[in-house]
Structure formats: structure tokens, C-alpha cells
Design a protein around this ligand. Structure first.
Ligand code: CO8
Length: 258
């Protein structure tokens, strides 16, 4: 399949999606979101793909939703179309692991999209921000909610009310990103992490992802119960039998992803 606003590559078990609207710093226009959704649909269906990396350019992961596209929309336009929920949610409904590899600007919807991924690896050049307040609006795709869960109220308020940017070091200290790597190594490091994940049992990985995400949706007691139930369910996997047998037999496991 060919896409206008993204580049897609499959490297072994890793799918790589690169946001590619350099003329607009990867601003997330509707056509790009549609391309991204189609690429994720394809990767979810492709049995050979077991982890996904979502990245942008050296200068920008994405500088936000496309302001030029949004500027003239009316309340009825955005309300009746439920702007922009549908396409954007495709990232959060992806059941396979998805890593955001962020260099340069991740602003507004760009920061929100990175936060929709399972974790963020940042280049030392990364800059995160929710500058919507500077253009008379507020974050619309999780910036007031996910960011607050990541970094706490004080910093989330600071980001959303002043519109200032956080550099990679501050983002790591605050818990927004999992690790920082030199910009030149960003994609290689993200692919290495994805390959590591892809080497494990796919169903176990998917179950782990589901369980961690549950922590954001429920009480601790309910989350612990969910974890125990799905932990028990891993004992039905061929891969759990293989993984534990391999440990006991002091050899490397060969996962069948079943
Ligand atoms: N939308 C559309 N075009 C953009 C965007 C954007 N978000 N960001 C940059 N561009 C375009 C510029 O207009 C410019 O195009 P042109 O050459 O045709 O004028 C080109 O990209 C290069 O940008 P700059 O010349 O501005 O580059 P600089 O290096 O000088 O500045 C900045 C880089 C600081 C990143 C600057 O471009 C900027 O401030 N961008 C806007 C950042 C912003 O406000 N983002 C938030 C947007 S609102 C949002 O994301 C709401 C999210 C809601 C999500 C749910 C619904 C969508």
C-alpha cells in the first residue's frame, strides 16, 4: 500500500511508521491520520509484525494537529464530526506494542500522539509541549488527561497554562519518557527495543500491555484482580510452557507466539 503522509517499512518483526509531512513539521492533518490508521490496521493484521515504532523527522515528531486545517472549522463542524476522536483513537486501540521514537518537536497533538503510544524513547533533541493555549484553545486529544497522569498536576498545569516546552531531560525526570538517547541513534535504539519486545511471546506481550493500560482505567484493587486473572491465563500459552521449560533446562526459549 502507498501512503501520502507517512512512510512504512517492515523490518523483520518490527513495523516502522514514519510521519512524513516535512513541509508542515509533520502537522497531523486528517489525511495523515487516515494513513496512520490504515498502516496500523495493516500491521495489526500482519502476523509477522510483533512490535511497531512510530517516529517522525529529526526536526519534528509532530508539531501538532494541523492548525491551517482546523482554523476555519465551526463548533458544529467539530462537534458533529466528533473531531478528531475517531482516527486518533486508532493508536490507543492498537493491541500490538507501539513505541514512540521522538526527536525534535512533539507539540500539541504531536505530544498527545506520543503519549498514546506504549512508551516514549526520546532523542536528546526532543521538545514536548501543549501550546494550544497560545492559539486560543486547549489540548483535545488527551493533553490535559494523559499528561497529568504522566507528570502530575503541577507540571501538567504549567505545560497547559503557559504553553512552554519541556526538553528531553525534564521529560525524562518527570516520567513522560522512558529513556533518552543521542539523536543520531534514536531510530536504531527504538528498533532495538522493538526487536527485543518482538523476540518475546506475542500473546504474553499483548497481555502485559493490556494489564499495564488497565492501571489507567480502574482502581488498584480491580487492576490487581485483572492482572491476576490474565496472569493465570498466560498458563494456557504454549509460550509460557516453553519459556519456563527453557529456564529449567538452561537453554534459550523458542517462542511460537501461541
Ligand atoms: N499546523 C500546521 N502547520 C504547521 C504546524 C501546525 N501545527 N506547525 C508548523 N507548521 C508549518 C508552518 O506553518 C510552516 O509552514 P510554512 O512554511 O508554509 O509557513 C512550517 O510548518 C514550518 O514551521 P515554522 O516555520 O513555524 O518552523 P519554526 O522552526 O520557525 O517553528 C515551531 C517551529 C515552534 C514548532 C512552530 O512551527 C510552531 O509553533 N508550530 C505550532 C505548534 C502548535 O501550536 N501546536 C499545537 C497545534 S493545536 C493542536 O495540536 C491541538 C491538538 C488537538 C488534537 C485533537 C484534534 C486534532
Amino acid at each position: 500500500m502507498t501512503y501520502e503522509n507517512i512512510l512504512v517499512e517492515k523490518r523483520g518483526a518490527v513495523g516502522i511508521v514514519t510521519l512524513n509531512r516535512p513541509q508542515a513539521l509533520n502537522a497531523l492533518c486528517a489525511a495523515l491520520i487516515q494513513d496512520l490508521g490504515a498502516a496500523l490496521d495493516d500491521m495489526e493484521e500482519d502476523q509477522a509484525i510483533r512490535a511497531i515504532v512510530l517516529t517522525g523527522s529529526e526536526k519534528a515528531f509532530a508539531a501538532g494537529a494541523d492548525i491551517k486545517e482546523m482554523a476555519s472549522k465551526t463548533y458544529m463542524d467539530v462537534y458533529l464530526s466528533d473531531f478528531i476522536t475517531k482516527g486518533w483513537q486508532r493508536v490507543t486501540t492498537c493491541r500490538k506494542p507501539i513505541i514512540a521514537a521522538v526527536a525534535g518537536y512533539a507539540l500539541g497533538g504531536g505530544c498527545e500522539m506520543a503519549m498514546m503510544c506504549d512508551f516514549i524513547i526520546a532523542a536528546d533533541t526532543a521538545k514536548f509541549g501543549q501550546p494550544e493555549i497560545t492559539i486560543g484553545t486547549i489540548p483535545g486529544s488527551g493533553g490535559t488527561q494523559r499528561l497529568t497522569r504522566f507528570v502530575g498536576k503541577s507540571k501538567a498545569m504549567d505545560m497547559c497554562l503557559t504553553g512552554r516546552m519541556m526538553d528531553a531531560a525534564e521529560a525524562e525526570r518527570a516520567g513522560l519518557v522512558s529513556r533518552i538517547v543521542p539523536a543520531a541513534e534514536l531510530l536504531a535504539e527504538a528498533i532495538k527495543a522493538a526487536e527485543k519486545i518482538a523476540s518475546f511471546s506475542l500473546p504474553a506481550v499483548m497481555i502485559a500491555k493490556e494489564a499495564v493500560n488497565r492501571a489507567y482505567e480502574t482502581s488498584l484493587a480491580e487492576g490487581i484482580l485483572f492482572e491476576r486473572r490474565v496472569f493465570h491465563s498466560t498458563f494456557a500459552l504454549e509460550d509460557q510452557k516453553e519459556g519456563m521449560a527453557a529456564f529449567v533446562e538452561k537453554r534459550k526459549p523458542v517462542f511460537k507466539h501461541k
